[in-house]
Design a protein around this ligand. Structure first.
Ligand code: FAD
Length: 562
């Protein structure tokens, strides 16, 4: 091709060698404060009377909304951790190496005390306040905060349930800071936690564990032999695990470094090649006569773990998924605000307004549901009804929010057009992250079994639930009719809940969200939610709201970062 045949752009030349003018491409978002620029969240802090967390939330909001954190999250997930089983001369070292970006994210999450807040402050509403920070962090990076940070936070009630053994580690667990060195706990200012329950032959069914623990005769010390098929964050300083004793499944803590300074016999076999959550090293591990210390009674491991730890993690995951949804929605709004098609801004075009509004109400409903269970956790100590509500609503919120995250990220991806498929954007990361929360800490089915147990053993939990939903009675005709249907369906399923569990959990979740929105959000959001999700004025796909243009615009404007 001769030079005469080359096409030359008619506009001003950008620079030598360019072929076109770059235009109509959304810029990378600037540094933003994801707390201060989110009026819904700021309002929630005021309404929940946890203003004491405001300054902390401002700090976290700034960190998670910074361009630097966006880049760290991208790199930490792109540059995957690698395993070195041996050193250069053949000694076993079981060391996972991470990119410095991962360590920086980890340090930031632990320094903001997202792993310790309710346990260390003497303020009302500690769980609700921590929930705000956790929601914000899940808008930045999920591998570090969703796993090691969350495990470290959630093990505290379990250790407190058995202070004789738990006190060994508690102070270091709640200490602010992050120290990834493979060193003895006494030589560290702060430590982190990993969890090893799942085995090859059974994950949901932990009773199927084959790992064995034998007492050494030295107090709570046991020797543990067996395998674990999923151990995320294996660089944790202590591993919580289940193993069989003669009395059944029992909980143990295995330190990575023993009191004599040698490595415990915990062998990392390989790191898993995962769909998402790639910053977080998930490993397969073998315990070869490893030292562990029993927590709680022999044979009571599952009950103790569910009550004192899993319940908390499930509570956090409900809000973690709300954070994922929020980030997907704000990213979609940002992209469509700065993109034109057919001569108009994409955000303003009718079908996109409908879609963004639909995503926005889903996201806000998820935040309120996640917050409600943490508020109930805070109130549990003084109110029996709150304890009952928390008991039954945690698995429902975990089920529903975690399920919704995938559909929201998928729709938000499409809002970005082709760019939504490209790794420069946050959306691919969120899209791959979204399904995980509904798998770990119990799948949807396991949540259904948990709800069934609550209703059978403590029927008052069902009353607490209906009382909560009915706080908005009379505020919206769709909700009123839906609650009547729900009560009838619950009655119908009495004694035979399991086959109907997912349908009923879905109904309960949506009714609770409708009730919360009617009490805590704007009429535009609440009425649109109730009409679409409860009243059937919806096509079960985003963008199918039956609502006027002004209302849709109001909802999208409310969801946009200011
Ligand atoms: C990225 C990642 C990280 C993880 N990290 C950890 C970790 O750090 N520590 C850890 O211990 N585990 C971890 N896990 C494991 C996770 O907790 C388990 O995968 C999960 O609990 C499900 O167990 P499973 O894989 O054995 O599936 P299964 O229990 O075999 O379930 C398979 C299917 O059967 C269904 N099912 C089970 N019981 C019933 C029933 N009664 N009725 C109907 N359906 C049923 C389930 O819902 C599921 O759909 C991780 C998993 C992933 C994906």
């Amino acid at each position: 091709m001769s030079r005469d045949q080359l096409w030359v752009p008619s506009g001003p030349r950008q620079a030598a060698g360019t072929t076109h003018t770059v235009e109509n491409v959304p810029p990378a978002p600037p540094d933003q404060n994801l707390y201060l620029e989110d009026p819904v969240l700021v309002d929630l802090v005021r309404r929940e009377e946890i203003e004491w967390v405001h300054d902390r939330a401002v700090n976290v909001g700034e960190i998670v909304g910074s361009a630097r954190m966006r880049e760290l999250a991208r790199v930490a997930n792109h540059e995957r951790p690698t395993l070195r089983t041996h050193d250069g001369v053949g000694n076993r070292i079981d060391q996972v190496d991470f990119h410095p970006a991962y360590h920086e994210v980890m340090a930031a999450t632990f320094e903001t005390e997202t792993h310790s807040l309710p346990w260390t402050v003497d303020e009302p509403g500690g769980q609700t306040a921590r929930n705000v920070l956790y929601y914000l962090w899940n808008q930045a990076e999920n591998g570090a905060v969703g796993c090691p940070n969350c495990m470290t936070w959630a093990i505290v009630p379990l250790l407190r349930s058995d202070p004789e053994i738990g006190n060994r580690w508690l102070d270091k667990i709640v200490a602010p800071g992050y120290d990834p060195r493979p060193a003895h706990v006494d030589d560290k200012a702060a430590i982190s936690v990993a969890m090893a329950m799942t085995e090859k032959q059974g994950g949901s069914d932990v009773r199927a564990n084959t790992t064995r623990a034998v007492p050494t005769g030295n107090g709570r010390e046991y020797l543990i032999t067996g395998h674990k098929y999923f151990v995320s964050a294996p660089m944790g300083d202590i591993l919580l695990l289940t193993a069989q004793t003669d009395a059944g499944v029992t909980l143990f803590i295995a330190p990575r470094i023993l009191d004599d300074g040698t490595r415990n016999n915990i062998r990392i076999q390989r790191l898993k090649d995962k769909l998402g959550n790639t910053s977080n090293a998930t490993s397969e591990v073998e315990f070869e006569v490893a030292v562990g210390y029993r927590i709680g009674e022999e044979g009571r491991g599952i009950a103790s773990f569910v009550k004192h730890m899993t319940h908390y993690i499930r509570m956090a995951l409900a809000t973690g998924s709300a954070g994922i949804m929020r980030r997907a929605v704000t990213s979609a709004i940002h992209h469509t605000t700065h993109r034109k098609a057919f001569g108009a801004t994409v955000r303003d075009q009718p079908m996109m307004q409908n879609t963004l509004a639909d995503l926005a109400i889903e996201s806000e409903a998820a935040l309120l549901l996640g917050t409600r269970v943490t508020r109930a956790a805070d109130d549990s100590a003084s109110m029996e009804s709150a304890e009952l509500l928390n008991r039954i609503l945690v698995p429902i919120a975990k089920y529903w929010n975690c399920r919704r995250a995938s559909s929201v990220t998928l729709e938000a991806l499409e809002c970005h057009g082709g760019m939504g498929y490209i790794e420069d954007q946050p959306i691919p990361l969120l899209y791959r992250e979204a399904p995980l929360n509904s798998v770990w800490e119990g799948t949807s089915v396991i949540m259904g079994l948990d709800v069934e147990r609550s209703l059978l053993r403590t029927p008052e939990t069902g009353d607490a639930l209906l009382d909560e939903i009915k706080l908005a009675a009379g505020a919206n005709r769709h909700l009123d009719t839906y609650v009547t249907d729900l009560e009838r369906e619950l009655l119908r399923a009495r004694g035979d809940f399991e086959p109907h569990a997912r349908r009923l959990m879905t109904m309960i979740a949506k009714a609770t969200q409708g009730s919360l929105l009617l009490r805590q959000s704007t009429p535009a959001v609440a009425d649109t939610f109730c009409a679409s999700r409860l009243g059937g004025e919806w096509g079960n796909e985003y963008g199918t709201l039956d609502q006027d243009a002004d209302t849709l615009r109001e909802i999208v404007d409310r969801a946009a970062l200011t």
